[in-house]
Design a protein around this ligand. Structure first.
Ligand SMILES: Nc1ncnc2c1ncn2[C@@H]1O[C@H](COP(=O)(O)OP(=O)(O)OP(=O)(O)O)[C@@H](O)[C@H]1O
Length: 306
């Protein structure tokens, strides 16, 4: 497995407090990696270290094989980032802003390239309008166009949908998926677990600067049994040998939960139907990131949280 980003024991302390503690991350090439955690968990500090903006207190981090502390000068061609909505020249157009930003970074941006960047972020038709007329979502997309200058293989987006309305957030999500399809790796920090579940391929959950869980979304949220909505819960439980009072784990009244894999569905249905128990719905019980997060953080707090 090739990793676009890898950290080992990454730590940043401010005075007596550790903002990030002993963090070891593995971000596969071509993934959309959700970096999740509540406010103050250490997400921004981690991103700043990975961008070479903050020096780690200890530990190592590489981006596309480049050590972020020792080879900082090589990082700029490898990464693009939006850490906050960038400060634009409000009276200039989107295209003019891109050219101005490129100039301030010491290079001329050919017209064809600014057109291509605007197209990539869905701003082709608005490139000539002044940025002061842009919505927050459009400004965020223009920020992404800035991050995409030089075509870096890795993009860092810190809370990219913060403050956006549902339409703006959806546009950013679609953009993230299309940027990944072009072969990039996207490292996306967020505290919005439900939202991230929709587009991330991999996630890490951090809390108080420490890693709680990481892995591919598909594996982490794998099926945890089968839920069936039946005409008689008592009889279904007796036939399937399920413990009584199982509602707490199931989806509520009328539903029973079996531990079988998806492949056990036909045999389970046959047993119930042969015993005259009607089955109205069958579905795999999947975990959600939210559930995973509460389980992971509760374990760290000695099981205090449900
Ligand atoms: N320059 C600094 N000096 C002192 N403490 C800091 C500094 N930067 C961050 N911290 C502290 O480190 C901890 C982690 O902050 P960080 O901003 O990385 O968290 P976050 O997960 O990005 O949170 P948010 O979602 O609120 O931005 C916080 O307790 C914060 O107060």
């Amino acid at each position: 497995m090739d990793y676009a980003i890898r950290t080992e024991g990454l730590t940043k302390t401010y005075g007596p407090r550790a903002a990030v503690k002993d963090l070891s991350l593995e971000v596969p090439v071509g993934s959309v990696f959700g970096f999740l955690g509540p406010n103050g968990a250490g997400k921004t500090t981690t991103i700043r270290m990975l961008l070479g903006l903050v020096r780690p207190t200890s530990g190592t981090a590489t981006v596309m094989g480049v050590d972020v502390s020792r080879q900082r000068s090589k990082l700029s061609s490898l990464v693009g980032a939006i850490v906050e909505v960038p400060a634009f020249y409000m009276h200039l157009s989107g295209a003019e802003n891109l050219r101005a930003m490129a100039l301030s970074a010491g290079r001329e941006l050919p017209r064809a390239e600014s057109d291509r960047l605007l197209e990539q972020v869905g701003l082709s038709h608005d490139g000539k309008r002044a940025v002061k007329q842009y919505s927050l979502g459009m400004k965020q997309r223009l920020g992404l166009a800035v991050a995409l200058m030089g075509d870096p293989p890795v993009l860092f987006l810190d809370e990219p949908t913060n403050g956006l309305d549902p339409d703006g957030a959806r546009e950013i999500r679609e953009l993230i998926v299309s940027l990944r399809q072009a072969g990039r790796t996207l490292f996306v920090s967020s505290h919005l677990l439900q939202e991230v579940e929709r587009f991330c391929t991999d996630v890490a959950i951090v809390q108080n600067g420490e890693l709680r869980i990481q892995g591919p979304v598909e594996t982490l949220l794998a099926s945890r049994g089968i839920e069936l909505r039946v005409s008689s819960m008592d009889r279904a439980r007796a036939i399937l040998n399920l413990p009584a009072a199982q509602e707490a784990q199931g989806a509520g009244p009328g539903w029973v939960l079996t531990e079988g894999a998806d492949s056990a569905v036909p045999a389970t249905l046959r047993k119930l139907l042969q015993a005259d128990v009607d089955v109205f719905e069958v579905r795999p019980k999947r975990s959600s990131l939210e559930q995973l997060f509460f389980e992971a953080t509760a374990a760290a707090q000695g099981g205090l949280r449900q």
